[in-house]
Design a protein around this ligand. Sequence first.
Ligand code: GLA
Length: 387
Amino acid sequence: MKDIILAKFEEVFGSASGAKVYFAPGRVNMIGEHTDYNGGHVFPCALTIGTYGVARKREDDKLRFYSMNFAQRGVIESSLQDLKPYKEANWTNYPKGVMWAFEQRGMALPCGMDLLLNGTIPNGSGLSSSASVEVLTGYILRDFFGFDVTNQDLALIGQYSENHFNGVNCGIMDQFAIAMGKKGHAIFLDTADLSFEYAPIQLENAKIVIASSNKKRGLGDSKYNERRGECETALAELQKVVDIKALGDLTEEAFEQYQSAIGSEVRRRRAKHAVYENQRTIKAVEALKKNDVKLFGELMNASHVSLRDDYEVTGVELDTLVEEAWKVPGVIGSRMTGAGFGGCTVSIVENSAIDNFIESVGRAYQEKIGYAADFYVVEIGDGPRAL
Ligand code: GLA
């Protein structure tokens, strides 16, 4: 990969002398969905697929971007004097947003750069290709200019740029999972205070299989921000009767006790999901520590049901993938992952069942939805690095 992207950099930008190669992973969330903006827990892991980048400092303040995934767009130019989001700037709004966020924090960039990207994460699949680009950009800026920021800061800067430059009110999960990724481990993160622990994922006879619905999803135009608003309103209603900072502060019992304070049936279901999903995530990590993969899988299944019925972020594509997966012998657990409304499912599948899983879920999906799903057997990888 390194040779391929260096050769492409040379072709696009004239020469590759002085250019350096970097990588940042994508992520998949095992459980804990739509909890990260509710002060709850998440359990994501970084993947070995991700974004490769070649970068080189410039002597002026120009920015030149090229993505092998959007080759038809050619070189997109900008400059440090113009760190503003434009629709036609397309994917370059992600690296530009991170540059802007560094400057917002008083870390002015001394010069521009040429940046070429090649992502191995399917675009729009919900495996966080945009957060991967954000963390990659932050990593490059730190490496180039020696800024005093930790990997955790890179996650926060990425999230800040996503929220304030790209207009998506996302939580911290994606950027954190990518910036802090560790091979063979998922990250049990408490989004209330960013305390976390690494939990090894040792699946003896099974693998993590991702199924992409191939239904494209843009977070910005989805109902993501609407769900977040519903949770905020529900929280404000609950705060009139109970002293909490976030929905994640409630146990299931406390939720049942106070839920009548929430003024609409829809918001009650949204809040219920946030509370129960957080508790499920805590239980799932406990189960994993006891090597109870079966219980972990059952909690994954329950997570999907809650996202389907109470949070309503699945849709026929994701439901078909998951409900077909549940029918396949050897599937330990299956659920949608990420924001929803399209994107991917994550399943734990016994090794001997993987071929049949891909075959039968793939066939049923094609029949019902009318186009194919894609399947990826994935490995849990490390965080960002120079190659
Ligand atoms: C997207 C957001 C995350 C998180 C998930 C849902 O991936 O970027 O912050 O809210 O959706 O769990």
